[in-house]
Design a protein around this ligand. Structure first.
Ligand SMILES: Cc1cc2nc3c(=O)[nH]c(=O)nc-3n(C[C@H](O)[C@H](O)[C@H](O)COP(=O)(O)OP(=O)(O)OC[C@H]3O[C@@H](n4cnc5c(N)ncnc54)[C@H](O)[C@@H]3O)c2cc1C
Length: 380
């Protein structure tokens, strides 16, 4: 069993209690109405949980603490866990590459819940293939003018800033992209539609256009041409958070399935006493145990070294999200017909689990990241 240091165990108890009391009772309703849970966002900020992702105290276990936060919130509601997760995705480039002014403005705003930080990388023609993005920024004196389109950007309708990645150099060059901090109420920043999604309902995802959005050089993160590095370094930091979200969803599905298997009888026996069902639960349990170790390891490695270990980050993201999907599918099966009913939460876990295999780099991309490094790694 993975043993947490005492201070993290105390934190785990605190966030678990909070999530079960304040979030879990609303999870089904949030999913049904697909309404953004603003009141819970304020509660998370009020408890200091948003600061843990935007402006955490330095220390070797800060990423592990973040993972525990996201895991426990995702156990209660994957949609709500997107509030700290997406803000972290938007804040990480600022933490890693921001100036003191940028940090003071964005990280504090997110910590106190008055600002949302989103991450604008994906475009209709560029998801996995980041280098293909078309959004362009042209220099205009001391300023830059951005034109283009972004798709699938979480929560960008909330007041705040979006880290927009735009082309500033020729396609194919390593320094072709630049990251800009763009206020979501900037002139020319226009939301063009919301994606109707399978799961994560209550965490809205939007498409938007940048029509001649003017930004100053002071809004660049790092230097012009650093954009690809900003994007990849950010994902190395945030993939272990997606892994933690997947772990939370997997645990929720497993707990529901185990409880059902220990209470429902068929042929005079509890479901768990039928070997076929017992073995399914054993596999679910094993996968979750293994995923927990990978998730906690990747998050601990981030605390040891900026950027952590990209193989550990991708491994944790890929394994934990595959685990969440498999466990959720099996949970639906163990519930039988009830598993297919929206009166029971397992179909929600199933819908929510799927996305963890897709965003922040699909699991095919994670396997590519791992395989590339293996080509030059030491044996073992
Ligand atoms: C709910 C949700 C929220 C999101 N939030 C954000 C956000 O806030 N910000 C943001 O920037 N993006 C966001 N995304 C976008 C997400 O990161 C992309 O959808 C993802 O990276 C995949 O890109 P794509 O959809 O263009 O798929 P594609 O790149 O078109 O890939 C399609 C399929 O082909 C596979 N594939 C592609 N290339 C290869 C290859 N070389 N080898 C093997 N297989 C390959 C992929 O794995 C995938 O299965 C979000 C997506 C979703 C669904």
């Amino acid at each position: 069993m993975f043993t947490l240091p005492p201070e993290l165990e105390a934190f785990q108890t605190r966030i678990r209690t909070f999530a079960r009391e304040k979030i879990a009772p609303q999870a089904a309703q949030i999913d049904r109405t697909a309404e953004y849970p603003k009141a819970i966002h304020h509660l998370l900020a009020g408890e200091g949980f948003m600061r843990m992702v935007s402006n955490p105290e330095p220390g070797p276990t800060r990423f592990l603490a973040r993972a525990i936060l996201i895991e426990e919130v995702a156990y209660a509601s994957a949609a709500v866990s997107m509030i700290p997760m997406v803000n972290e995705l938007g804040c990480t480039p600022v933490q890693l590459f921001g100036t003191q002014d940028q940090k003071a403005h964005v990280l504090e705003g997110v910590a106190n819940g008055t600002m949302f930080a989103s991450y604008g990388l994906t475009e209709p023609q560029a998801g996995s293939d980041v280098a293909a993005l078309q959004c362009r920024a042209e220099k205009a004196g001391e300023d830059w003018i951005i034109n283009g389109e972004k798709s699938w950007i979480c929560n960008v309708r909330q007041p705040g800033v979006c880290v927009v990645f735009a082309r500033t150099g020729v396609q194919g060059a390593r320094d072709a992209l630049t990251a800009f901090l763009v206020p979501t109420d900037a002139r020319g920043f226009e939301i063009t539609g919301a994606e109707p999604t399978l799961g994560l309902r209550g965490s809205p995802t939007f498409n938007f256009q940048l029509n001649g959005v003017r930004v100053s050089s002071a809004q660049i993160l790092g230097r012009p041409g650093d954009g690809f590095r900003v994007a990849m370094m950010t994902l190395n930091h945030t993939r272990p958070a997606v892994a933690a979200q997947a772990l939370g969803i997997a645990r929720a599905a497993y707990d529901a399935a185990r409880h059902h298997a220990c209470t429902r009888k068929t042929f005079g026996q509890l479901l768990i006493e039928h070997q076929a069902v017992g073995f399914m639960l054993a596999d679910m349990h094993m996968r979750i145990r293994a995923a927990r170790h990978l998730v906690y390891e990747a998050n601990l490695l981030l605390g040891e070294k900026t950027g952590g270990d990209p193989v550990a980050s991708s491994t944790a993201k890929c394994f934990a999200s595959d685990t969440a999907m498999q466990v959720a599918v099996d949970a639906v099966q163990i519930f039988g017909g009830d598993g297919y009913s929206t009166n029971h939460p397992v179909e929600r876990f199933f819908r929510d689990a799927k996305v963890t295999q897709i965003y922040e780099g699909t699991n095919q991309i994670q396997r590519m990241v791992i395989a590339r490094r293996l080509a030059t790694a030491e044996p073992g």
